[in-house]
Design a protein around this ligand. Structure first.
Ligand SMILES: CNc1nc2cc(C(=O)NN)ccc2[nH]1
Length: 370
């Protein structure tokens, strides 16, 4: 089932660095995927996104099936052509968004039925329909199984039911996906914060067999420490020779601590969403550019990052744009934040390759809290 070769080029403890080779290009891991929810990484052109070093972006099945519609995207040549992004795209299956965004979602063995948060129209997602949307209509490179992600905290029996349903939906997703050599299918581990459920989930996914394995059901309110406790055991339950993708994560410190525990891929709205709200992520932590202390700070956010938003403009200018609610402020801070997340993953790839990741991790932690 390994359509895409995944070559691990160096390890240090549980941390790995490598390359996932896809039909549309190579993905350097650890990798951060900017989120392109409605066929756009919000506020940025695809050229700006590519300029940060991002090798892959994420698309959301839930949003695109509601607007403009999956069949319409297919009629327009698929998602890559529609948004003019010719590198890899990973699409999620819609399960998480249905539960977190839609109205009146109803889960049965067969499907999840829901009403659009946009216009209240009724929709059905089955494992088979989600695969059809992702693989055939949007044409994504990495397809995610449909699963059920329970909220946190979860009763153990509720978490078990959702984990078992997700395992069955994983089987149906794989049967619908079939054999493809230019696209990959990832399974999703569930089980909330219960170690034995995470183990059973992993065993069932491995039995089915996927090109990669995601850790779902985290970053749902459990907090950094509880997430790290799960990551102390859960990634190692998944095959070491395939990519491990932690969904919806996270802050820079989350990425570093997850890489230390064996995670290879990440996606999160944080850099773009926080950028739109005036926040800039740096090696010293997050800066709120609305703060008056930046009003006459003539220094750039980070002159070591080639992105103009990071090294060309002053904090004073960014402060002015944010205070004035200028669109350019949202653009530049989103652009810088994506560039910073790419600089962070590049720094981790280099550190692991050179056998100094543990030192990098210690230094990063102390700088973030300074
Ligand atoms: C922001 N936190 C967050 N957690 C997520 C979990 C999933 C998941 O379990 N999908 N099957 C997806 C996106 C997520 N985003």
């Amino acid at each position: 089932m390994s359509a895409f070769p995944f070559e691990i080029t160096a390890t240090e403890g549980k941390a790995r660095t490598g390359v996932l080779k896809t039909a549309r290009g190579d993905i350097r891991t650890p990798a951060f995927m900017p989120v392109g929810t409605a066929a756009t990484v919000k506020a940025l052109t695809v050229d700006q996104v590519a300029s940060t070093g991002a090798d892959i972006i994420l698309g959301n099945t839930y949003h695109l099936m509601l607007r403009p519609g999956a069949e319409r995207v297919a009629r327009l040549g698929g998602l890559h052509n529609f948004m003019r992004w010719d590198k890899p795209i990973l699409t999620d299956s819609g399960g998480f968004q249905v539960m977190s965004l839609s109205k009146i979602a109803k889960v049965t063995e067969q499907s999840v039925a829901f009403q659009s948060h946009i216009d209240g129209s009724k929709h059905i997602l089955t494992p088979e329909r989600s695969i059809e949307i992702q693989a055939d209509l949007l044409g994504s490179d990495i397809v995610m199984q449909l699963d059920e992600c329970v909220a946190w905290p979860a009763e153990e029996n509720r978490a078990r039911e959702a984990m078992l349903l997700s395992a069955r939906w994983g089987q149906r997703s794989k049967a619908a996906f079939g054999e493809r050599d230019r696209q990959a299918l990832f399974g999703i581990q569930q089980g909330s914060t219960f170690e034995h459920l995470r183990k059973e989930s992993a065993e069932r996914l491995i039995e089915t067999g996927f090109d990669g394995y995601a850790l779902g059901g985290l970053a749902v309110g459990e907090g950094h420490e509880a997430m790290c406790e799960v990551l102390d055991y859960a990634p190692a339950m998944l095959p070491a020779d395939r990519p491990r993708y932690l969904m919806g994560v996270g802050k820079p410190i989350d990425l570093v601590e997850a890489v230390a525990r064996g995670v290879d891929m990440f996606d999160c709205v944080l850099p773009t969403r926080s950028g739109r709200h005036g926040q800039a992520w740096t090696w010293e932590g997050a800066l709120n550019l609305k703060n008056a202390r930046f009003a006459e700070d003539d220094t750039p956010l980070d002159e070591t990052i080639a992105c103009p938003a990071s090294s060309h403009y002053s904090k004073a200018y960014l402060h002015h744009l944010v205070k004035s609610e200028e669109i350019l402020g949202q653009v530049l801070l989103s652009w810088h934040n994506i560039a910073f997340f790419q600089a962070l993953t590049q720094a981790m790839r280099d550190a692991i390759s050179q056998g100094r990741f543990e030192q990098f991790r210690k230094d990063f932690k102390s700088r973030q809290h300074a």
